[in-house]
Design a protein around this ligand. Sequence first.
Ligand SMILES: *[C@@H]1O[C@H](CO)[C@@H](O)[C@H](O)[C@H]1NC(C)=O
Length: 231
Amino acid sequence: MKFLSGLSVAAVAVEAHYTFPRLVVNGKQVEDRDWQVTRQTKNAQSKSGIENPSSGDIRCYSSSTAPQVATVPAGATVNYISTQQINHPGPTQYYLARVPAGSSAKTWDGSGNVWWKFASTMPYQDANKQLVWPAQNTYATHPAVIPAATPNGEYLLRVEQIALHMASQPNKAQFYLSCSQINITNGGNGNPGPTVALPGAYKSNDPGIQVNIYNIQPESYRAPGPALWQG
Ligand SMILES: *[C@@H]1O[C@H](CO)[C@@H](O)[C@H](O)[C@H]1NC(C)=O
């Protein structure tokens, strides 16, 4: 009995959970192995999602810092390789936070009211009238463009994919996420915002977090977090 329940937990972890250990910039992997500019998340082994959106894990999954910083031109398209198929329905969102003067992307923790969102995906209905999100069931997150107006400098880039298959119950959405250390070049003179803190931006009963996706129209879905900044 004990053996059987252990086995089923392992099977679920393999089929249904994932991490995003490699950043892709303009279609090219910038890490030749996992966790070189992307900070190794606490769930690197278990691959389990975060269920409590108020937890400190929601920022960068209590990751350790990474050894390198990736150069990313403003206007570049970014996405992430996933260790497993992203098989759960839910949005993919991207955030940036600028490293303060005197700090480094290699060490800064991303604390404070510093994160803005620049990309978020919306669902559509498949032939079975199920909600599906772009890049669902693929092995890489849906891409996003870093706004060309983003100023030069060091940043933390954060991706999240929110699995909503059980989200009609409280604290049953699952957040999968990564943070990477990047240096934006060829940037602009934009003034990004609105900014939020992580944790802080999300509540467990936000309409995009506690939601029955089997009972709504695609256009009525509202992803959590601040308004988008698109430069
Ligand atoms: C970021 O890019 C600028 C411009 O190329 C360069 O001067 C700076 O040293 C880079 N910083 C890091 C941390 O890579």
